[in-house]
Design a protein around this ligand. Structure first.
Ligand SMILES: [Zn+2]
Length: 477
């Protein structure tokens, strides 16, 4: 197995014991030997006050990307490899194993979790900013233009790239809101009525169904807003209904949902797939009290057995306990994450500074262009054209600064929530009603395979890492 070695030291650290480059290299080489890795290249960065860059870190990343045989980076400690926030994501995306000779806690599961949590949070943060990759889309979104297929009642204008009202179907949507706002009609009846009344304008579209209508009636798009990545934006499109009408419809949904308790909520519905054929596992109730789970068999008959809910219950309980950590571990994790938060704060500061600088630079250009126009150097059309471009860019920058602030706020909040959840999972879970259990499990698990009577869970990040740590029961502290 092939690996690269990475060592880094800053001038400030050089005096400290154990931080010297020769010491790091020695430890890494020994570790590689012990684990059966052959080191093919060694990369070393020595930072001074004058030279802050990490030339060799970048060279190493390039090397790993171009050589599929390299399976690991061996490093003395996490903080040697990842100096700033973005490094975690960079390393994670290499899809190789980062290995650390020594962690604050000697156990490997804890080291992996530290790394995994940091990657997760860094990703979450960067996703929140979602800059470069989806820049085009976001720019549109920030200008209030829905960047996807227009919902029914609207059309994507292929020339202007804006969203226009669909003159044939918009009245149908308005009618739907109006009818439903009177509360006397069910979604099923509404669908029936619309399908009968407006068949002539549907133009080959599928008929309205109950669920489709519910989606429409709850979509803020129709009163001029839209949701994008969890945030609500004011759209530039023409509203199909007023905000008042939209709100009235929402309050009717709330009213109607309240007394609906007779429908049975299955605790484990939608969480499992069949180990034999891969189909979903569904639930049904027998004689009004016995709950059975079984394969839907939608890919063809499947002979996997029916299983009683009581048989699953203790297994799910165990799955939840699989991520329960004690107070000490929780506190340790929080410390780790707080240090990660400091890195993030630094990133935040420099990023904000960069954006402000760019904004000011554009303002300078705008002012200069105006002077040029006034003094007759350029003509009016040119001045207007170029100023509009720069102003546009400024709007985008402003929106990015807003996003940056939003991401900053949610960062530690998310981290603490995850830890809190892991700490109290087992205790919380037992007390929950079926519907809440389901939600809870949905947060923890991406899937669960039911093979015969046995459950095999797949935890979501970072719970998979926590589960691994709990399993080995060798947490530091
Ligand atoms: Zn099956």
């Amino acid at each position: 197995m092939k690996a690269v070695l990475y060592a880094r030291v800053s001038s400030k650290e050089q005096e400290k014991e154990g931080y010297s480059i020769p010491a790091q290299i020695k430890h890494c080489r020994e570790y590689a030997d012990k684990k059966g890795y052959q080191i093919v290249s060694e990369y070393i960065d020595v930072e001074s006050a004058k030279r802050a860059g990490r030339t060799n870190f970048n060279r190493m990343i390039k090397h790993i990307r171009s050589d599929k045989n390299i399976q690991a980076i061996i490093c003395h400690k996490v903080d040697r490899l990842c100096r700033n926030f973005r490094d975690y994501v960079t390393v994670d995306e290499l899809n190789i194993k980062p290995m650390f000779v020594e962690e604050e806690f000697p156990d490997n599961a804890a080291g992996k979790l530290t790394f995994g949590m940091k990657v997760l949070l860094a990703k979450h943060y960067i996703d929140n900013l979602s800059d470069e990759t989806k820049k085009g889309l976001n720019e549109k979104v920030e200008q209030g233009i829905w960047a996807s297929r227009a919902p029914i009642g609207y059309q994507n204008n292929k020339t202007t790239h804006m969203i226009d009202i669909d003159p044939a179907l918009a009245p149908v949507i308005t009618k739907a809101f109006e009818l439903y706002s009177t509360a006397g009609i069910s979604l099923r009846e509404l669908a029936k009525r619309l399908n009968a009344e407006f068949a002539h304008v549907m133009n080959g579209r599928s008929k309205f169904s109950k669920t489709h209508l519910e989606r429409i009636l709850k979509n803020p798009f129709y009163h001029g807003w839209f949701r994008w990545k969890g945030h609500l934006y004011r759209g530039s499109h023409e509203p199909a209904v007023t905000k008042e009408l939209f709100d009235r419809v929402q309050s009717i949904f709330e009213m109607k949902n309240k007394p609906k308790t007779h429908r049975h909520e299955f605790a484990f519905g939608g969480l499992m797939t069949c180990g034999k054929c891969g189909c979903a596992i569904t639930a049904e109730i027998h004689k009004a009290k016995y709950i059975y789970y079984h394969c839907t068999g939608s890919k063809g008959a499947c002979d996997s057995a029916y299983i009683r809910e009581q048989q699953l219950e203790p297994q799910f309980q165990q799955i939840v306990e699989g991520i329960s950590i004690d107070r000490e571990t929780a506190e340790w994790l929080l410390t780790v994450l707080k240090s990660s938060h400091d890195e993030e704060k630094e990133y935040h500061k420099s990023e904000t500074r960069r954006l402000h600088r760019e904004y000011a630079r554009l303002q300078g250009l705008i002012d200069k262009a105006y002077e040029d126009y006034l003094s007759g150097v350029t003509d009016r059309a040119f001045w207007q054209d170029i100023t509009a471009k720069w102003r546009n860019r400024q709007t985008t920058l402003q929106a990015r600064m807003d996003r940056l602030n939003r991401a900053n706020r949610s960062y530690l909040e998310n981290a603490s929530r995850i830890i809190e959840l892991a700490q109290s999972a087992g205790r919380l879970y037992v007390k929950q009603p079926a519907a809440e259990k389901r939600k809870f499990l949905g947060v923890l698990l991406s899937n669960c395979i039911l093979d015969g009577v046995m459950l095999y869970p797949t935890y979501r990040r970072p719970f998979d890492l926590i589960a691994e740590g709990v399993k080995t029961e060798k947490w530091g502290g």
